[in-house]
Design a protein around this ligand. Structure first.
Ligand code: AMP
Ligand code: ZN
Length: 140
């Protein structure tokens, strides 16, 4: 576990979300994992899948957490299929690969008709649409 997960000098935003201390639109949660909408989505329904225990990288994750995390990733993918059966699952590891939040997370990024290339521009999501996507994805 990195220092960030222990609530030290550099608090970790995803640990705060996992502890329900920071606001987020949670779509699924269990003992080991949490999934919530990305605050600056690359597409409608862009969701992050996160282990609750703080690790920076997949290679730091205790092996007993592999199955819970993959299970939540698959669950979120199934739910994202309500929006589109086309999506990318991503993992950025290290700053050079685009990692900004150093708490392990998978991106699930729906793709829609008319989007020929991987989306690079983050979308402004209206309060209303945020609520609507959240409602669609958090339902069992
Ligand atoms: P990465 O570049 O893989 O580290 O991605 C970090 C992601 O976390 C970005 O897509 C951000 O938009 C997202 N993010 C950062 N802060 C929050 C937050 N408070 N709630 C939801 N998503 C966030
Ligand atoms: Zn953390």
């Amino acid at each position: 576990m990195g220092a960030a997960g222990k609530g030290g000098a550099a608090p970790c935003i995803f640990c705060s979300i996992a502890r329900h201390e920071a606001p987020s639109r949670i779509v699924y949660e269990d003992e080991n994992t949490i999934a919530f909408l990305d605050i600056a989505p690359l597409s409608r329904g862009h969701t992050l899948v996160v282990p609750k225990a703080h690790v920076d990288r997949l290679t730091d994750l205790p092996p007993d957490q592999y199955a819970p995390l993959l299970s939540t990733l698959a669950r979120v993918c199934r739910r994202v299929e309500r929006l589109s059966t086309h999506y990318n699952v991503g993992l950025n590891q290290g700053a050079l690969a685009g990692q900004i939040v150093f708490h392990l997370h998978f991106h699930v990024i729906p793709r829609y008709e008319g989007q020929r290339t991987f989306p690079r521009v983050r979308k402004e999501i209206t309060e209303e649409d945020g609520r609507s996507v959240h409602g669609l994805l958090r339902a069992d």
